[in-house]
Design a protein around this ligand. Sequence first.
Ligand code: FAD
Length: 430
Amino acid sequence: MSDYISGYYQQSLTDRRDCKVLETHCAVDVCVVGGGLAGLTTARELAIGGKKVVLLEQYKIGWGASGRNGGFVSSGFALGMPALEKRLGFRHAKALYDLSVTGLEYVADRVRDFSDDGLKTGDGWLSVSRHDDENNIRRSTSHMVDAYGAPLRYCDIATVRRELKSKRYFQGCIDSSAFHIHPLNYARRLAEDAQQHGAIVYEQSGVINLFYDGLEWVVETRSGNVVRARDVVMCGSAYLQKVLPKIERAILPVATYVITTIPEPDMLDNIIGYDGCIADTRRAGDYYRKTGNGRLLWGGRISTRRSEPRKLAGLLKKDILSIYPEFGDLKIESAWSGLMGYCVHKMPLIGNLKPGLWVATGFGGHGLNTTAMAGKLIASAIGSGDDQYKLFDPFKAMWGGGVLGRSATQIAYWHMQLKDKWDERRKSKA
Ligand SMILES: Cc1cc2nc3c(=O)[nH]c(=O)nc-3n(C[C@H](O)[C@H](O)[C@H](O)COP(=O)(O)OP(=O)(O)OC[C@H]3O[C@@H](n4cnc5c(N)ncnc54)[C@H](O)[C@@H]3O)c2cc1C
């Protein structure tokens, strides 16, 4: 378990250097737990602000969801703006949306600064409906443009089918601010940059215990070495276990799956013209993109099982062929799964649990921009007392229901799948 999960991202790493392992006790201003994008951005920002920071990762940088995801970077949250607006009212929802855009811009800026070949792999996001849904898509697109200033454009059926050769798709919408990246290379580049700014990053240094000794926080690692810090930021997401029960109980681990095909550039470009992110509008639909080197990267399905389904590659290949039968006998090169951390309210947990104990977690399936946003918010709260993170106060750590919660989530997902199928059958007459 201590190395990267095997698959396309691990095979296409541009830098294979390891970070050090924590081999002594140390005292710092801030200890960050978890080397995913939330922890890395927090550590980088704190180091830039002049704090002495240590980041502890139990395996390798980007080993969790941050190095396994689809690589789609866009504005917004897992909860979706209509639900957020309904719950908090427009003004609060707009303030959160604007923060989510700062996360998107943060990743765009880093990718530009790092200027590595192959880090950014495409621009734009085409979201498509699997049933005839013109009025709804027109209405929601105009609302996001007019009220939120989102750079969205409605696409009719002909436009969608020009880009994607499938009769399964109807209308859609393009977000021109979104883009896609190689997430594992990005995470590692971010770690390197954080170190260049003075953060100390340790791999293979899992945290097993955390307590306050009356003066400062004591973070114990598996090797017995201890980090003492005035502040601790917990960024372990769905992979944190037996360290901070209040947070672990609030996070539901939800698995999702990805495959890549062998390179078939001509066939791929013939069938899928669009080079950006592509996803359908179902509640837990397919998401896919070209990798920039002739492969198709396809993600989909969710489950509350921690283990991978036995015939994962076959399942997703079936999903691809149900949309694009022309792919015929497309060969699958790699397949993997990853865990997303979801809270019951589908919004992240960002804030202060106790004096000096911070949390940035629960980004669900929408973490590439929101982890960057959260890292900045927590770093400026610790560094200068900025309290913007309190905009997330309505979203507290609530018990996710343990095994019962997982079963309920699985049942909710099956219910969503049934509703999606029903919608498709009823409305796919165009
Ligand atoms: C397959 C998949 C596809 C996705 N696609 C997208 C997408 O296209 N776009 C998007 O925006 N989001 C996507 N997401 C979601 C996104 O990847 C996550 O929301 C985001 O990466 C979460 O980052 P994180 O830092 O909070 O958690 P993680 O990346 O999971 O990092 C947590 C880290 O903490 C470490 N850790 C845990 N416990 C300890 C401990 N005790 N001591 C030390 N370290 C510890 C873990 O080893 C891990 O490295 C996807 C997720 C998955 C799984």
